[in-house]
Structures are given as structure tokens and as C-alpha cells.
Design a protein. Sequence first.
Length: 264
Amino acid sequence: MIKVAVTGACGRMGGLIIENVLKSKEMKLVSAIDISNIGKDIGEVMRIGALNVPVEDANNIEMSFESSKPDVLIDFTVADPAVKNVLAAARKKVNLVVGTTGFSREQRSIMETAIKFSGVSAVISPNFSIGVNVFYGLLAEAAKRLDDYDIEIIEAHHNQKKDSPSGTALKAAQTITNVLGEREFVYGRHGQALRKREIGIHAVRGGDIVGDHTVLFAGDGERIEIKHQAHSRQAFAKGAIRAAVWVCSARSGVFDMKDVLGIK
Ligand SMILES: NC(=O)c1ccc[n+]([C@@H]2O[C@H](COP(=O)([O-])OP(=O)(O)OC[C@H]3O[C@@H](n4cnc5c(N)ncnc54)[C@H](O)[C@@H]3O)[C@@H](O)[C@H]2O)c1
């Protein structure tokens, strides 16, 4: 049985992750951690009936790990606190699945160093959906053949999303520059400037849009659009659960969803 701790347990993704852990025959929820609803039963918070798992305070995360001894922490929170959660898990030798987005390069590097130093395994991905990871492969293929086309990335998310552009849009841009070489990223154009060899990245925020990403390759007389649309957060939750099972038997290191899916 894989023992799972969840940070951001009271959030949209955390709740879905917990539902999926409860349905899984190979997983057990041992700890629900957040900064709100401390002491309440997480099942009551989720309105699914008591689970005898109280919400624990993220400020005491190491104590929580000492008593619940999780095999893996699944973190869907906010970038700054997520770094602290990751460092605590690494110190306590807990494997990691990190879905939180919006990390700076420096934060990413601090987390990776701690993970490698501690010898645990981690899957860090801005998008755990299986479809999006296939979408990245399609982008790399298109970029190889359409290297002189103009490239624009347009993403849309719900009005509660904090970071812009999305981690998925940035990863799409990086996937393309890995094939084409460095290009300037131009975020949401405004004012007067000619288009150069750049990648335009545009974020739309509204309503309850779960997550749309379109990459436009536009040339003379034609264009191709490669599009992924998430219909439900379940697409991310299922992928994160799959990653949590995978990471518990992986060698030490930092991996992404392509490693989990074996599509590198
Ligand atoms: N990788 C993916 O596939 C994927 C998919 C969806 C969302 N996300 C990302 O996951 C994150 C969470 O998204 P959400 O929609 O669930 O947000 P949310 O606001 O619904 O939930 C975040 C939760 O984290 C809690 N929290 C804040 N600080 C904390 C801390 N120090 N320790 C523990 N919990 C803490 C909040 O109280 C809240 O309950 C965002 O960064 C979002 O972009 C990633």
C-alpha cells in the first residue's frame, strides 16, 4: 500500500487527488495538509463524510511527516509555499509529485538541488494530463518541419488562476525552442513593434475554463493550429495519481510526466 500525503488538501486539485486516492486499491491517504480548515476532518471539508484524517497545519509539515510516514507527497498549492513543502519532504525522505505551477527558475533550481541531494524521487510537471504530454510531442514534430513559420501560443484558464502565462504554455514554448534554438518570448503584445523571430505567448482568464492551449504555426498562405483542451480537472488528477505510483519505485532524481508515460 502506498501511503500518500496531500498538500493543498482543501483546494480544487487537492480534493480531487484525495478522491482518486480513496478510490485506488493501492493507495492510502495518511495525511491532508493545508493552511485552512486546520483540525477539521478532511472528509467533512470535502463533504463526503468523515475519513478520520484531520487537516494538518502546513507550518508543521515535518512533524506531520514524522507521524504519518508517507511514501509520497502530492503538492498542488502555490509556488512559494510549495518550495517549502518540497524542501521539507526532501529532508524527511518523502518522494514527491509536484503539480504546483508558477515557479521561478531559481525556485526550480533550489527544489531540484534538494531533491537530488536527499536521494528521493520527484515528478514535477506543470500539466499532468496525458493528452498534453502527447501534445508536446506533436509541437516538437511541427517545429522541426515549420521552422520559418510564425509561432504564437494562446492559453485560456479560469478566473481564479494566479500565475500567467500558464506553466503548460511556457513548457510548450520551451519544447519548441529545444527544437529551433533560442527565441525571444513576447508576452501579450501591446503598442507598436514589428514581429521578429519570436514566440508570442498570450493568456486569457475567464469563468471556469479548465485549461485550453493552442499553438499556431502561421506561414504564407496557410496555418496549422495544434490544440489541447482539458474538459475536467480529472485529466490532471488521474495523471498525478499515475505519477505517484510510478515515483515510489523510480530511481532517485527529478523526472517529468514524459518519463512516467515512457514517451521520451
Ligand atoms: N500540474 C497540473 O496538472 C495542474 C493542474 C491544475 C492546477 N495546477 C496548479 O496547482 C496549483 C493549485 O491549483 P488549485 O486550482 O487546486 O488551487 P486552489 O487555490 O483551489 O488550492 C490551493 C490550496 O493550497 C492551499 N495552500 C496554500 N498554501 C499552502 C501551504 N503552505 N501548504 C499547504 N497548502 C497550502 C490553499 O489553502 C488551497 O487550499 C496551482 O499552482 C495550479 O496552477 C496544476
